[in-house]
Design a protein around this ligand. Structure first.
Ligand code: UDX
Length: 448
């Protein structure tokens, strides 16, 4: 099939490359000239395991092309909308400007009977508005149809999530649209991936609802961690026990400095805002609390750092390991790690940051000093914080690192360190969710 993909961010670029792998002829279109040049040259514009290989394979096979010119979509019969829908400046709702720009650019170029498939995360009701707008902008009887087919890909796993998704959601208004989507995904369907056919609204809600569930789960676990801390209980054993309950399962039960990134926080807020518009007040009550608990974890980490610097952070040297919002990604959008690093720098500390992939995003930051290795960031540090769950941080040698730092005090913001190993190497190991190993500090904390 000939397919166009509008928007070539994480989602669009990965989707386009996956479609080419399945044997379709694909063109990715974006207004970002530099990004399109890179993609056309087979160069990955972001860090995503396996993406560079998939991209090169598509480009070299001739099945995958990229363009900034809207006319590149002319020969396609199926068009995927993969543009970003960020949070509106100064509000919680989704900013749909890029979506409408893509729809307007697409409308005059659509062939008779084309299928326009939304993948972007949008407020429920948007697909119906896209259908209306396309009908307004095309000749009567043009037969353009809109479908919604949300993605659930995680950064750091975008390729595997695209090639082997847990499920396909086919939000359609007709059998013909379903048949075409099944043709697009023939390969994955043959591999046994379940597909759920539904209406457009339910499909739109599917993505945001999944993120709302995941975000809520993380905030619940962070509340449990705080209770464990207060009750001298063990959050790691507790989550292990919960995870063994087949109704709960073990994933998304990691406590720490909370969730961030380009999706979970903004999808939570956009969902809540749309629910309020629809008159569902309970949604904003519940999700407002989920959001608050999440943001509070960042403050808890900054407060802990201040206490560990004896309440006198000004001029003290602090090492922060991790800046991306999660491991295996260079994305720093709404990153809890970066927010904590910034919060500690705002207290007057000299913060040295190392991240395996995200350092280039911090080059212009005046409040943070970017280092090119964990060792270099930790040199003469009086406090070390591990804030992103990169595997390489879990593998750090506490003995070797202990010789570099000024004080062996570490905060494990993602529970990636083995506390016994670090303690044996002479470190004081602190973590959100674990009672402080220093009883004096604990008493001070309790006293406020
Ligand atoms: C998320 C959804 O998982 C994905 O389905 C959707 O398509 C986009 O949004 P992503 O933004 O890549 O994906 O991040 P995810 O892996 O879900 O992690 C989000 C944040 O939650 C990260 O900051 C991560 O560190 C944090 N997290 C995750 C926890 O704090 N605890 C956990 O147990 C899991």
């Amino acid at each position: 099939m000939r397919i166009s993909v509008l928007g070539t961010g994480y989602l669009g670029a990965t989707h386009a490359a996956a479609l080419a792998r399945w044997g379709h002829d694909v063109v990715g279109v974006d207004v970002d000239v530099r990004r399109i040049e890179q993609l056309a040259d087979g160069v990955a514009p972001f860090h995503e395991p396996g993406f560079a290989e998939l991209l090169r394979e598509g480009v070299l096979s001739g099945r995958l092309a990229f363009s900034t010119d809207a006319s590149a979509v002319d020969s396609a019969d199926v068009h995927f909308l993969c543009v970003g829908t960020p949070q509106l400046d100064g509000g919680h709702a989704a900013d749909l400007r890029a979506l409408w720009a893509a729809v307007d650019a697409l409308a005059p170029r659509l062939r008779h009977g084309a299928l326009v498939v939304g993948k972007s995360t949008v407020p429920v009701g948007t697909a119906a508005l896209v259908q209306e707008r396309l009908e307004d902008l095309t000749a009567p009887g043009h037969g353009v149809e809109v479908a919604w087919n949300p993605e659930f890909l995680r950064e750091g796993h975008a390729v595997e999530d695209s090639l082997r998704p847990d499920r396909l959601v086919l939000g359609v208004a007709s059998d013909a649209a379903e048949a075409r989507l099944r043709e697009v995904y023939r390969q994955v369907l043959c591999d046994g991936v379940p597909a759920v056919r539904t209406d457009l609204q339910t499909a739109e809600l599917a993505k945001a609802s999944a993120n709302v569930m995941l975000a809520s789960r993380i905030s619940v676990v962070n509340v449990l961690a705080e209770v464990c801390e207060a009750a001298n209980a063990d959050i790691e054993r507790l989550t292990e026990i919960l995870g063994l309950d087949s109704r709960i399962g073990p994933r998304y039960l990691s406590p720490g400095i909370g969730f961030g990134g380009g999706c979970l926080p903004k999808d939570l807020r956009a969902f809540s805002s749309r629910a309020a518009e629809l008159g569902v007040e309970t949604a904003s009550q519940l999700l407002g609390a989920v959001d608050e608990v999440n943001v509070y974890q960042r403050q808890r980490a900054v407060d802990l750092a201040r206490r560990l610097l004896d309440g006198r952070p000004r001029g003290r040297q602090v090492a922060v390991l991790g800046a991306s919002f999660k491991a295996d990604s260079d994305d720093v959008r709404d990153s809890p790690a970066l927010a904590v690093a910034t919060g500690i720098a705002a207290l007057g500390a000299c913060v040295h940051v190392y991240d395996p992939e995200a350092g280039h995003h911090l080059a212009d930051r005046l409040d943070l000093e970017v280092r090119d290795s964990a060792e270099s960031a930790c040199e003469r540090a009086e406090l070390t914080l591990v804030l992103t769950e990169w595997a390489q941080f879990g593998a750090l040698d506490p003995v070797a690192l202990g010789r570099i730092v000024r004080r062996r005090v570490v905060v494990d913001g993602r529970l990636v360190l083995d506390p016994h190993r670090w303690t044996r190497a002479g470190w004081q190991v602190h973590a959100l969710g674990r009672r402080d190993p220093d009883p004096q500090l604990d008493t001070r904390r309790r006293a406020g």
